[in-house]
Design a binder for this molecule. Structure first.
Ligand code: RFL
Ligand code: PHB
Length: 393
């Protein structure tokens, strides 16, 4: 068996793992990333689209912001659509100047992978059978198989950035971790197409046929989502059926402006709220989707991953620079305080905007009334905007 040694072993080359690796590299901390899939597979996943300002700032700090600033779209607001009307939430005005940036997760990952290649830090793709050991003591590490060869990696710390289905959270003894979970009885059917977006800002729509989101990746690439029952199969949704259904759920102006075209990608994502506590187990830290999931309404998932990475980068840099354990001790509590607020916001926005099929008639009326209140009250709009642009770190 071949043996390797690094300071921080990062499991997972999604945005959390790659961003942490880059920030640690810049802080002079050696790190090695183990990823189960190939790089092309990781880049093929179409996911998040909206970055909070703090996430943009952290990507700049990591030195990967050039293309994001050149190609990303800065949005000052978004629209809520219900009963055939649209109502604008002016993020910039309601938050004293804050905005969000529309730049796809695929592009963020691409930029981070390029920076990783230039950094000279090691990344092992297609790493099979990853097993973690020793994180409850002071000699943690992992074993895995890469290209048919068995490897043992020794390290000071392990960062579990391996998503919801990863090995890191699963390696923690069941009695040391508590999970909170809510699975929603519907999913999002997403479609990506090289067509101009229906509007220059995002539109979140509530409709009796189900929720709709009109989003984008650029001025020429659109991303649309439809709420569908969990029983739906993506194969039953031809592009034509998708466009027809979308047209039924948007207002007349959007229906008239909608440009359709062949899909580049179509998939169904289930919706879930999930938090695992705590997020540190001795020398193992969980970060990003490995520790928490939000439903995508409100675009918080990638942004939360970035705030975990920020706290972890600070904690580990302090450890190596000043021999201070304070950041390590406080990592879990710092992350969870922000995570629960984003969980609350994402759950609230999801229940407000979706068609909950078995909802009592009075609840539907109450949601409708809440939407009326939201778009007519400056303080309600300010609360929405404050959460949407992202709470401070
Ligand atoms: P990821 O992206 O899941 O990456 C984890 C990586 O770990 C690897 N892995 C392993 N590697 C080694 N050994 C193992 N045993 C392993 N098991 C797993 C995986 O292959 C993978 O490469 O987690 P990470 O890095 O924490 O990033 C989280 C984000 O991907 C996620 O929160 C967002 O995509 C959520 N999300 C959104 N977030 C936003 O902030 N804004 C949005 O607009 C937004 N829209 C979305 C979204 C997620 C969606 N889906 C499909 C879940 C829209 C959708 C539809
Ligand atoms: C996306 O463009 O993929 C997107 C945008 C906003 C969300 C969720 C997803 O709330």
């Amino acid at each position: 068996m071949k043996t390797l040694r690094t300071q921080v072993l990062i499991v997972g080359a999604g945005p959390s793992g790659l961003l942490l690796g880059q920030l640690l590299h810049k802080a002079g901390v050696a790190n090695l990333i183990l990823e189960r899939q190939t790089g092309d597979y990781v880049l093929g996943r179409i996911r998040a689209g909206v970055l909070e300002q703090t996430c943009v700032d952290l990507l700049d700090e990591a030195g990967v912001g050039v293309r994001m600033h050149a190609e990303g779209l800065v949005h000052d607001g978004f629209e809520l659509m219900f009963d055939g009307q649209r109502h604008r939430i002016d993020l910039k005005q309601l938050t004293g100047g804050k905005t969000v940036t529309v730049y796809g997760q695929t592009e963020v990952t691409h930029d981070l992978m390029d920076a990783r290649a230039a950094s000279g830090q090691q990344t092992l793709y297609s790493a099979a059978d990853v097993e973690l050991f020793g994180f409850d003591g002071d000699r943690p590490g992992a074993r895995c198989t890469v290209d048919g060869e068995r490897l043992e990696i020794h390290c000071d710390f392990i960062a579990g950035c391996d998503g919801y289905h990863g090995v890191s959270r699963a390696s923690v003894p069941a009695d040391a971790i508590q999970s909170y979970e809510k699975v929603y009885p519907f999913g999002w059917l997403g479609l990506l197409s090289d067509t101009p977006p229906v509007s220059h800002e995002l539109i979140y729509g509530r409709h009796e046929r189900g929720f709709t989101l009109c989003s984008m990746r650029s001025h020429t690439r659109s991303r649309y989502y439809l709420q569908v029952p969990l029983t739906e199969q993506v194969g039953d949704w031809s592009d034509e059926r998708f466009w027809d259904e979308l047209r039924l759920r948007v207002d007349a102006r959007a229906a008239a402006a909608l440009v359709t075209g062949p899909s580049l990608e179509k998939s169904i994502a289930p919706l879930r709220s999930f938090v695992a506590e705590p997020m540190r187990f001795g020398r193992l830290f969980l970060a990003g989707d490995a520790a928490h999931i939000v439903p995508p309404t409100g675009a918080k998932g990638l942004n939360l991953a970035a705030s975990d990475v920020y706290y972890l980068w600070q904690a580990l840099s302090e450890h190596y620079r000043e021999r201070s354990e304070a950041g390590i001790e406080h990592y879990s509590a710092r992350c969870l305080s922000r995570i629960w607020k984003a969980e609350r916001f994402s759950w609230w926005f999801t229940t407000l905007m979706h068609n909950l099929s078995n909802e009592p008639a009075i609840d539907a009326k109450l949601h409708r009334s809440e939407l009326d209140y939201l778009v007519s009250s400056d303080s309600a709009k300010a609360t929405m905007a404050e959460n949407y642009v992202g709470l401070p770190w």
